[in-house]
Design a protein around this ligand. Structure first.
Ligand SMILES: [Zn+2]
Length: 397
């Protein structure tokens, strides 16, 4: 997608939607009631980190209003991500060839590089193919910054996708180090954590933050954002907004990029192939799909499973002739064709969901993706085509 015209260092785009939430957060802050540690939680890509930056801007703003003025010096610094007291941390790919103190430094360099990229192009999809995490080194950097006196106000620490402190790329130690900061924030420091999977945060971290739910946007707000801020043509904007579940970051991840399907569109297509293969009359078709997955990186499959569930619901709707209930309307004709060819029985489809849940658990445990996928295909067949499983071809684990 084309970068918008403008200076290389551009201001952050305005916060999309969330008007009521901003009003109540703003009032709470001015009354002195805003807790020192807040957890903004809600679906991925709906602008939680942007909202956290808005709240940080409110803290540093020189005016006494319940929303930041946008004109004072501190506001302008906040909007260009250059305010010295707003510290924004987010998951990053693990820097190569660095460990110990060098890893700590490499993470800080990588974060500043990323911040420079965000300044140049703040509107970015919320999905990437890279495995990213928050590391113990990230928390070491947060602690070092928190130990310094703020230059002007605050300081405010934003930790995006805080649940990524827990996976194996980070460590329990990282979570515990953050916990100490949340327990005893130095001076006037504030912490704003964001998470789309608050259930995966350590219970001790959850219990030391006040949870604030951030709801999805309306589909028309997402469509307008795509058309007005990204200059996406109306038909494509409409398509991506419909698939977005009210998340602009999700919508952007469906948009084609340099001729390739966006990362989520790629996953949606793979999930469709998987479901079609697992339910086809050819018993080996599913395994042929499974072995096309890479032998490592199972956590990347978790997004795929959300699409598998969506396609299963769509197959059930199409098989029951409830075409209006099909979510992926752009694939309705293909769904109907497959339902007829494979004689899909909609009554059986609910039995397939536990198979997806099992696969999700295995992927969280980082089991070999090929094993996870062949297990999923086998279990889907067992649920949906019980007569077919005794046939040859079902020999992989
Ligand atoms: Zn201001």
């Amino acid at each position: 997608m084309a970068a918008p015209a403008g200076p290389a260092v551009s201001a952050l785009h305005p916060v999309l939607g969330h008007e009521e939430l901003r009003a109540s957060l703003g009032r709470a802050y001015r009354r002195g009631d805003l807790p020192g540690s807040v957890l903004l939680h809600g679906p991925r890509g709906i602008g939680k980190q942007r909202l956290a930056l808005w709240l940080a801007q409110l803290v540093v703003c020189q005016e006494d209003e319940s929303s930041p003025c946008g004109r004072c010096g501190p506001c302008r610094m906040a909007l260009s991500l250059e305010h010295p007291d707003i510290h924004w941390y987010f998951p990053l790919p693990r820097p190569k060839n660095a460990s110990g103190d060098r890893l700590v430094d490499a993470l800080e360099i990588a974060r500043h590089r990323e911040l420079a990229e965000i300044r140049a192009e703040p509107k970015r999809p919320s999905w990437s193919d890279e495995i990213q995490a928050l590391y113990l080194g990230t928390v070491t950097n947060i602690r070092a910054a928190a130990a310094k006196r703020p230059s002007m106000a605050g300081p405010v620490f934003i930790v995006g996708q805080a649940e990524l402190l827990v996976p194996q790329e980070a460590s329990q130690e990282a979570a515990n180090a953050l916990l100490k900061l949340l327990e005893e924030p130095p001076g006037d420091a504030r912490f704003i954590l964001t998470s789309s999977e608050p259930g995966m945060l350590l219970a001790t971290i959850r219990s030391r933050t006040v949870a604030v739910h951030v709801p999805p946007l309306r589909i028309d707000q997402v469509r307008t954002f795509l058309e007005e801020h990204l200059e996406v043509e109306p038909k494509v904007a409409d398509w991506a907004a419909t698939l977005s579940q009210g998340s602009p970051g999700r919508a952007m991840a469906f948009l084609p990029d340099e001729g390739e399907p966006g990362p989520l569109e790629g996953l949606r297509r793979r999930a469709f192939e998987t479901v079609v293969a697992a339910t086809s009359t050819d018993p080996s078709a599913g395994y042929e799909v499974a072995i096309t997955f890479p032998p490592s990186g199972a956590r990347k499959l978790i997004d795929l499973f959300g699409f598998v569930e969506e396609w299963l619901r769509d197959l059930a709707a199409a098989a029951a002739n409830a075409d209006d209930l099909v979510f992926n309307q752009d694939a309705l004709a293909r769904l109907k064709k497959h339902v007829a060819a494979a004689a899909i029985d909609p009554v059986r489809i609910p039995d397939a969901f536990p198979a997806v849940e099992r696969a999700r658990e295995l992927a969280r445990g980082n089991v070999n993706p090929q094993l996870v996928m062949s297990g999923l295909v086998r279990d889907l067949r067992r649920a949906l085509r019980p007569a077919a499983i005794a046939q040859p071809g079902a020999i992989l684990p």
